[in-house]
Design a protein around this ligand. Sequence first.
Ligand SMILES: [Zn+2]
Length: 256
Amino acid sequence: MKIHVFGSCSGTEPMPGRHHTAFAVETGGFLYWFDAGENCSYTAHLMGLDLLKVRAVFISHTHMDHIGGLGNLLWNIRKLTHVYHRRPEYDIELFIPNMSSWDGILSVLKNTEGNFRCDFSINAHGVGDGRIYRDELVSVEACHNLHLGNSPPWLSFSYRITGEGKSIVYSGDIRNSADLDTLLAEGCDVLLTETGHHTPDAMPKHIREHGYKVGKLMYIHSGRDILEDEEKAARLIRSAWDGDFVICRDGVSYGV
Ligand SMILES: [Zn+2]
């Protein structure tokens, strides 16, 4: 599998060289999209990725730094069906924790050209705990976190993506590291963790304290510690983590 990072920034004001959070997991020639911050489809297209290979989109929660580019992603997919004279091989499955946000985005899309009539369907689903998606290539499990409240209805989720015998955990936004205990208890090959609300050494310390088996740490949704002094942040991470880690950059693809 590959992880293509389109946006690596937390919900800050505009930052040079970084956009709000979005990435896709590629396997079997298809793209599974996670969060859709500003500009994500623009960056993906310029990276040479085929947006008509997007099979499913998973939103962690409906804050602007995670959905600001969702309408444009779907708009670009529709646009490319006309440019390339072909449609996506599969309808697009969209998982979004707050359907009223989807209603708003769809309303905007329907007021663009052609009433947003498409040669494909977008099937929107809510998100709940447990396995929410499975096809012949990947399965995706959702686990609520406490970023948007500590009682139901759960509106913020972390995800585990499994495929090619590997497993990737994506934190989404979390209140604290313990939000991921359920997912990390099983271990993972890669943990994509946010630092918008935490110091960069918080997660590696938590992993070490609990003895979780995490192959590689990837920092996404970077907070000000990383944005203001990446070298200092890297030293802080190294002080708590002797394993592999990377601070993700926009427009870069990483092997899993
Ligand atoms: Zn965020």
